[in-house]
Design a protein around this ligand. Sequence first.
Ligand code: ATP
Length: 229
Amino acid sequence: MNGGRQAVLELRGVKQSFKQAAGRLDVIATADLQVYPGEMVALIGPSGSGKSTLLHITGLLEHALGGDVIISGQSTSEMSDRERTRLRRTKMGFVYQYHHLLPEFSALENVVLPQMIAGRSRRAAKPRAVELLTRVGLGQRLDHRPAKLSGGEQQRVAIARALANQPSILLADEPTGNLDIHTADDVFALLLSLVRDTGVAAMIATHNLEIAKKMDRVVTIREGVLEPY
Ligand SMILES: Nc1ncnc2c1ncn2[C@@H]1O[C@H](COP(=O)(O)OP(=O)(O)OP(=O)(O)O)[C@@H](O)[C@H]1O
């Protein structure tokens, strides 16, 4: 608890190991973290330190070897895959390094569809998609398919999509890693301002320390242990 508030996301004693040809690799020996509503946490660490692994575990996309991921007070370690999927769909948004937009659908449809999967009608989903795409500067590009958009624009659609279901947690893995420096700076600034405006809690992996320092808190994985930077 922090000032009586409940963490929206808590990692408690999370561990992960992988079997590799050279033996067992203990990628995460122990990760403990509490993230509060609206808080932005940067996750940094060298390549191969386990940032993506930790984000996958946090996003309930991968099972940890030990420990627990607690979402708004709900323990997930004993949940069925179905329950984990439901929690992921209703509470979390994801932005990856690559946009992963559906190529045959327009920008608008790419932001409408996740809302429909979550149970909203097309009628209700469309205004929210238009609002979000306008907010990311694509109000004039609603009908464009991803191939007709630049890399920065594709990533803007991916950000709008991640926020479509009003998640309480946004997880992003090197969200501007595929963009040139200039575009990356613009897209990151947009992401940060949207996170601030929506009040979503965010955990964002980045190699860029300057960007990391713009967030509320920076944590790093050092020799398998998650600790303050
Ligand atoms: N499914 C897996 N099986 C075996 N090893 C894995 C698996 N997933 C990740 N690893 C290993 O775990 C380590 C951490 O990988 P991870 O991708 O989490 O690091 P990262 O910090 O995100 O790296 P980068 O910054 O390069 O994206 C790496 O050595 C990787 O090879």
